[in-house]
Design a protein around this ligand. Structure first.
Ligand SMILES: [Zn+2]
Length: 129
C-alpha cells in the first residue's frame, strides 16, 4: 500500500524531529495534505497508526489539514481555487490553468508535545524554542 510507505516516512521524520528536540512522547502530528498529492487521507490515517507502533509516536494522533487546489490563471492574472481536482480550468473565465500554486503538498508542519507546547517542524528538523 502506497500510503503505508508514506506513513513510515512521516513517522521517521517526526521521530527524528522529536529526538532532536529532546522529546520522548508526541501527542499529535500535524500534516498538510494537498488534494492532488495522490494520498488517500483515510488510508494514511490508518497506515499512520501501524507505522507509529513502537516509536515515540505510538498512540499519537495524525491531524491532516487538507489543502484545496489553487492554480494561476493567466487571463484573470490571479490565483484561483479550482473546484475540481480533475478539471484544470479557471472557474471564472474557463482558461486552462496548468500552473499549479497549491495542491500537491505533503508536509509535516508541527508536532504537539502536550497541551501547552507545539513543536514546529521545518524541513523535518526541529529546534529548541
Ligand atoms: Zn480566469
Amino acid at each position: 500500500m502506497h500510503e503505508l510507505s508514506i506513513a513510515y516516512s512521516i513517522v521517521e521524520s517526526a521521530e527524528e524531529a522529536a529526538r532532536n528536540a529532546g522529546v520522548t512522547k508526541v501527542k499529535a502530528v500535524n500534516l498538510r495534505l494537498g488534494k492532488l498529492s495522490g494520498v488517500v487521507k483515510d488510508a494514511l490515517l490508518f497506515s499512520f497508526d501501524i507505522a507509529a507502533q513502537e516509536t515515540l509516536l505510538e498512540g499519537a494522533k495524525l491531524n491532516i489539514e487538507e489543502l484545496n487546489v489553487i492554480a494561476y490563471c493567466p487571463t484573470c492574472n490571479e490565483n484561483v481555487e479550482l473546484p475540481s481536482v480533475q478539471i484544470f480550468r479557471c472557474p471564472v473565465c474557463n482558461t486552462p490553468t496548468p500552473t499549479l500554486i497549491q495542491g500537491k503538498e505533503l508536509e509535516l508542519t508541527s508536532l504537539e508535545i502536550d497541551d501547552e507546547n507545539e513543536q514546529e517542524v521545518t524541513n523535518a528538523t526541529a529546534t529548541h524554542s
